[in-house]
Ligand binder design. Structure first.
Ligand code: NAD
Ligand code: WQD
Length: 339
């Protein structure tokens, strides 16, 4: 079976994808500099799957170090998860975000060309639809105007990858636009382990639930939605990971660029998420309403038809599973991978 390189594979989405690829029979290798993750996640992946995962501490920007990984393995496809992803931090450190996210992409493309590796699956984001496209978002819409440098790096990387695929007829690029991934592996051995104060909603909720934070602040209750709080398309990270297995299969039989939304197509409000979490877990979440967070838009969700039609993929898990698994991960690992 073919070997898949997961660049940034020790992170939240990469580790879950590693499990699903291994279970589907692929060999997996991981290259990561652990700037936002721990090698422990891959140890846990090995425990879940019962398989060995070669792990390299490599900065993907470092082409020489990356080439050494390609020399050691017969890589067929690359999934590029290796990016910085904190929206607020990207506004404070735009150059760090542009250089890390874009240089990793170019480095991978160049080393892949050198080793005649043609399949590139990219972690893109719903954020590329920007602020002006109508909802639900569909892949045929133009990329929009982003409200922060993180989003712009995704827009730019999509463009770079499309241009690279136009110039190299052998290249197959799959752009996966994730919506809002939450949840954890049902084994509760791997999950999201943010450093510092969580930026995203679900890790904040679980840290309140486990007693690491006093209360959740809901950013705005005066949006033009039915309960005044923002609505998003939350997707279970295991469903998302399975989408990558389908994308790897697709990439190996196609060339050019193809874009897929990976979402459920159903939005939930912040209030609905908190209530679903309380119902699924029996744990009360202390909360209060605060000011709107700059850059948030009232509502977005996916049109998920294309992934169903072409990849034969759709999200199977609902809000109950997302809340249950987020909580089980957090309560069994109150300090994440830190032992
Ligand atoms: P994560 O931070 O958990 O994983 C990213 C991994 O990349 C980390 O292990 C980090 O150490 C590694 N990394 C970063 N820069 C690197 C470099 N220069 N060299 C080597 N390794 C490097 O994040 P995640 O949630 O798993 O996200 C994975 C990808 O998906 C990211 O590109 C992110 O932008 C994208 N994405 C995430 C979300 C989300 O909500 N989690 C949504 C849309 C898109
Ligand atoms: C969800 C909702 C908040 C925290 C971000 C990125 C996006 C993509 C996914 C990578 C919003 C509200 C949150 C809190 C709250 N990532 N919230 N209190 O902003 O939809 O998307 O992650 O590509 O690009 O922007 O996700 O989880 O931060 O917020 O009220 O403490 O929860 O206002 O309505 P978001 P999120």
């Amino acid at each position: 079976m073919s070997t898949i390189l997961l660049a940034g594979g020790a992170g939240y989405i990469g580790s879950h994808t590693a499990v699903e690829l291994l279970q589907a029979g692929y060999d997996v290798i991981v290259a990561d500099n652990f700037c936002n993750s721990s090698p422990q996640s891959i140890k846990r992946v090995e425990m879940i799957s019962g398989k060995h995962v070669p792990l390299y501490e490599v900065d993907i920007k470092d082409k020489k170090a990356l080439s050494n990984v390609f020399l050691k393995h017969n890589i067929e496809s690359v999934i590029h998860f290796a990016g910085l992803k904190a929206v607020g931090e990207s506004m404070e450190k735009p150059l760090l975000y542009y250089s890390n996210n874009i240089d990793t992409t170019i480095s991978l493309l160049e080393v892949m060309a050198e080793f005649h590796v043609h399949n590139f699956i990219f972690s893109s984001s719903a954020t590329v639809y920007g602020t002006e496209n109508p909802i639900p978002y569909i892949e045929t819409m133009p990329r929009g105007t982003c409200s922060n440098p993180y989003g712009w790096t995704k827009v730019m990387m999509e463009q770079i990858l499309e241009d690279a695929a136009k110039a190299d007829p052998a290249l197959s690029v799959v752009l996966l636009r994730y919506f809002n991934p939450i949840g954890a592996h049902p084994s509760s051995m791997i999950g999201e382990d943010p450093t510092g104060i969580p930026n995203n909603l679900m890790p904040y909720i679980t840290q309140v639930a486990v007693g690491r934070r006093d209360h959740l602040t809901i950013f705005g209750n005066d949006y033009p939605t039915k309960d005044g709080t923002c609505r998003r398309d939350y997707i279970h990270v295991v469903d998302l990971a399975i989408g990558h297995v389908k994308a790897v299969e697709y990439a190996s039989h196609h060339t050019g660029t193809e874009i897929f939304n990976l979402g459920t197509g159903t939005p939930y409000s912040v209030n609905e998420i908190v209530e679903a979490f309380e119902q699924a877990t029996g744990v009360k979440i202390k909360r209060e309403y605060g000011a709107r967070r700059p850059g948030d838009i009232p509502e977005f969700y996916a049109n998920a038809d294309k992934a169903k039609a072409i990849l034969d993929w759709k999200a199977e898990m609902g809000l109950y599973e997302m809340c249950r698994d987020s909580w089980n991960w957090q309560r069994n690992n109150p300090n994440g991978y830190q032992i």
